[in-house]
Design a protein around this ligand. Structure first.
Ligand code: CTP
Ligand code: MG
Length: 417
């Protein structure tokens, strides 16, 4: 049977080389493509099917930031989170705390990884695990040095050129049999050796044989502000879709917008109406170019209104044959993508359906659930209300259904506002 693997993510550093006087937030909690860097790192590792458990080492001062970062993990990653532990004042001390927390699990291998490397790939993890499977004491993701290497010999002395053949730049993850590396770390600690900057150098000191594996230039470490900017570019190149399963915590989205939507559809001969994506039996249907879901249309217009991005008719003209009979969640998905592209989320939806018939009360919960599912928010963030118009006007004469929707969208606050 394949050996099992855990990931140990060290995130207890202070990020001093990146923080400036105005922002002391450690780099692993800075936003990248709308999500904390750490959230990306955890999701990326959790994608690997052989990683079954993840321990994160954090700084005691960062508990609130950490909670926010894990609140928006993909569901499959959240399931793999084992625990978090507090780190020490050096990376080595942080690692040993994480290893001790993993000692109780029955994982065979551990991949030790920097939180500040959010672009780790499943291919790198594959290569590391196969090295261990074939018997290595440890495996290291690294890239061959391609630049000419120079050695400064001190002020006024000539520069020396070093032959770069055989030189590799170490990355993380670094992978080991769990018990073996914990042993090595405990030995180093007991001998007061706290100066190892990565785990393979500690392993070499403890006579372990380490195998080099190809890393990936994309798996760079965010160290300075220039790296964070490069990471933003990289996230764009990889496509936002890689990041859509991950949600920015609402508490980080300070720009709160509201949009209103209104729609009307007339009745026609038929047997069901579709409201908020739910099919409701009725003696008539609603007439329209698409599936005539008057509730979703109002929600889509309200969503677009909240981000100031036109209206449903502009993006999906009724004259366009491709939308004939279309399921209206398609329109709402498009509006939600526009919100996601701005780094935002829908926070609340309030709907009022105006009609004499059908009676909405018996179907209210189903409509609410369906809207929550389509809009990817909690049911508690959706409200569905209904009213008649006291037999007045077109709704009173049972000629059709009208719907009003209010959608609250939260976006990151632009820095210049
Ligand atoms: N790290 C840690 N505990 C420490 C120091 C570092 O868990 N006491 C983690 C960092 O959070 C980071 C990784 O080790 O994910 C690599 O360290 P580095 O890039 O040096 O991060 P920082 O120490 O946070 O940054 P700086 O050195 O600029 O302060
Ligand atoms: Mg450091």
């Amino acid at each position: 049977m394949a050996k099992t693997a855990a990931a140990l993510v060290v995130a207890a550093g202070r990020g001093t080389r990146l923080s400036g006087p105005d922002n002391k937030q450690p780099k692993q909690y800075r936003l990248l493509a709308g999500q904390p860097v750490l959230t990306h790192t955890l999701n990326a590792l959790a994608k690997h099917p052989r990683i079954s458990s993840i321990v994160t080492v954090i700084h005691p001062d960062d508990m609130a930031l950490y909670r926010d970062a894990v609140a928006s993990l993909s569901g499959s990653c959240a399931k793999k989170l084992h625990t978090e532990v507090f780190g020490g004042d050096t990376r080595q001390k942080s690692v040993v705390e994480g290893l001790r927390a993993l000692a109780g699990t029955n994982c065979d291998y551990v991949l030790i990884h920097d939180a500040a490397r959010p672009f780790v790939t499943t291919d790198i993890v594959d290569r590391l695990l196969s090295s261990l499977d074939s018997g290595a004491d440890g495996a290291l993701a690294a890239s061959q040095v391609v630049d000419t290497l120079k050695k400064s010999q001190g002020d006024g002395k000539p520069l020396a050129t070093v032959d770069r053949a055989g030189f590799w730049a170490a990355q993380t993850p670094q992978a080991f049999p769990l018990e073996r590396i914990l042993d090595a770390h405990e030995r180093a600690a007991s001998q007061h050796r706290h100066d190892f900057t990565d785990d393979t150098s500690l392993a070499e000191w403890d006579s372990m044989t380490i195998q080099l594996c190809d890393g990936d230039p994309v798996n760079f470490k965010i160290t300075t502000m220039a790296d964070l900017k490069r990471a933003e570019q990289q996230a764009k190149i990889q496509g936002m879709s890689d990041f859509t399963s991950v949600k920015t915590p609402l508490s980080q989205l300070h720009d709160i917008r509201t949009g209103i939507g209104y729609d009307v559809h007339a009745f026609d001969e038929g047997e069901t109406v579709i409201l908020g994506g739910a099919e409701i039996p009725h003696s008539r249907k609603l007439k329209g170019h698409s599936d005539a879901d008057v509730v979703l249309h109002a929600i889509t217009d309200a969503t677009l209104g909240a981000i100031g991005d036109g209206d449903i008719g502009q993006h999906f003209p009724p004259s366009d044959q491709q939308w004939k009979g279309a399921s209206s969640d398609r329109f709402q998905q498009d509006a939600m993508r526009r919100v996601t592209d701005l780094g935002g989320r829908i926070a609340h939806i309030d709907v009022t359906i105006v009609c004499e018939e059908p009676k909405i009360g018996p179907h209210r919960d189903r409509i609410r659930k369906s809207i929550a599912q389509i809009c990817d928010i909690l049911e508690s963030r959706v409200s569905v209300k209904a009213t008649t118009s006291e037999r007045l006007g077109f709704t009173g004469r049972k000629e059709g259904i009208a719907t009003l929707a209010t959608v609250t969208v939260r976006l990151p606050l632009p820095e210049d506002e």
